[in-house]
Design a binder for this molecule. Structure first.
Ligand SMILES: *Cc1c(COP(=O)(O)O)cnc(C)c1O
Length: 366
């Protein structure tokens, strides 16, 4: 079976993990600092703060900006649940601005229409490795005096106008096992803001500025050097991995062109995609349903995945939540959630694997 994501560990990673074990410095030590340097280089941000997961990166970002009752956060509705959970932890009300079906990220027109005086934070999600229209989001947020917290969990190295994501305000990256750069569990907050960076560093470690000198109530969201040692060597081959994903994506787009009912992923002008996922839409015009496609691909040895099967608010626990405001809903996100399928695109694929994916999809849909 060709998997939709694959974890492959190199000799360099094993060596660094062993060095950490031998060093005795297992948590928030020198290898975590190396990872933070990699994070600054990847984004160009002044600060990169390593934490225990992408979710804790989001939670600390939301906590640092100090929201409370009556404040509003607007997030993309087409995302992993961590975005919504972290926004809710802030204490604010959470609303949604619909996505564009072209790029699967927040639609600037929908965002503009959703803004109110109470909005303090806007959270675009750079989904599947493609930056949101960060220029438009920036100007809409700035106009309203709102801060941007980017969910960049899937978008290591993705760019807009040649600039990597991660510097629009606060940004959260993930090093979860399936992400483009992985540690097992781990995350990173990036920002150019010195004061917010200081608060996040303190919040990550029990609210402590120096040993037993407590500045505020905090958490244990520290990252281990063992996890950082898995991630750090991947930055030596970072651009090769993106190039391999890009080559696979372009082979897929060539091979899958002109199939009825199959909409291929677009890369809008001014953006460079890093292809965390290669996600197609199976519309009503296709020969078989999405679920039929998935099961017939599996029969042919091709793995696939649905990210995500519903708009993030479309569960009873969120529809009933007193601080989640669904309103009229987000029709584009709700429809797209019924259409998307992600196909294997990762850098471990051989060209023959990509051909097998193309042949399988063609066989089922044409
Ligand atoms: C993976 C992911 C997260 C959460 O990251 P973890 O490291 O798993 O906590 C948040 N948002 C999005 C869009 C993700 O894909």
């Amino acid at each position: 079976m060709i998997p939709v994501s694959s974890v492959s560990v190199t000799e360099a990673q094993r060596r660094l993990v062993n060095e950490v074990l031998d060093s005795g410095h297992l948590v928030q030590g020198p290898v975590v600092e190396r990872l933070e340097a990699c994070g600054r280089e990847m984004t160009g941000a002044a600060h990169a703060i390593a934490v225990s997961s992408g979710t804790s990166a989001l939670e600390l970002a939301f906590e640092a900006v100090q929201l409370g009752p009556g404040d509003e956060v607007i997030i993309s509705p087409f995302t992993f649940v961590a975005t919504l959970n972290a926004a809710l932890q802030s204490g604010a009300d959470v609303r949604f601005a619909d996505i564009s079906e072209i790029d699967f990220t927040i639609d600037p027109d929908a965002l503009r229409a959703a803004m109110t005086d109470a909005v303090r934070v806007v959270t675009p999600v750079h989904l599947y490795g493609l930056a949101a229209d960060i220029d438009a989001v920036r100007s809409i947020a700035a106009h309203a005096g709102a801060l941007i917290i980017e969910d960049a969990a899937q978008a290591h190295g993705a760019t807009f106008d040649g600039r990597p994501v991660g510097t629009a305000g606060l940004a959260a990256f993930s090093f979860y096992a399936t992400k483009n750069v992985f540690a097992g569990e781990g995350g990173l907050v990036t920002t150019d803001d010195d004061d917010l960076a200081d608060v996040i560093r303190i919040l990550r470690n029990q609210g402590m500025r120096a040993r037993y000198d407590y500045d505020r109530p905090g958490h244990n969201h520290r990252m281990t050097d063992l996890a950082a040692a898995v991630a750090v060597p991947q930055f030596d081959t970072f651009h090769d991995a993106i190039a391999a994903r890009r080559r696979n994506a372009s082979l897929l787009s060539e091979g899958l062109a002109d199939i009825d009912g199959l909409v291929l992923p677009a890369t809008p002008d001014r953006r460079e995609h890093v292809w965390h996922q290669y996600t197609v839409r199976v519309t009503a015009a296709a020969r078989v349903s999405r679920n039929e496609l998935i099961s017939r691909l599996a029969d042919r040895g091709v793995g696939s995945g649905i990210y995500y099967p519903a708009a993030v608010y479309d569960y009873q626990c969120f529809r009933d939540h007193p601080r989640v405001e669904v309103g009229e809903g987000c029709p584009v996100a709700e429809r797209v959630a019924t259409e998307v399928v992600s196909l294997p695109v990762h850098q471990q694929l051989a060209e023959s694997d990509v051909e097998q994916v193309i042949d399988a999809v063609r066989a089922v849909l044409s």
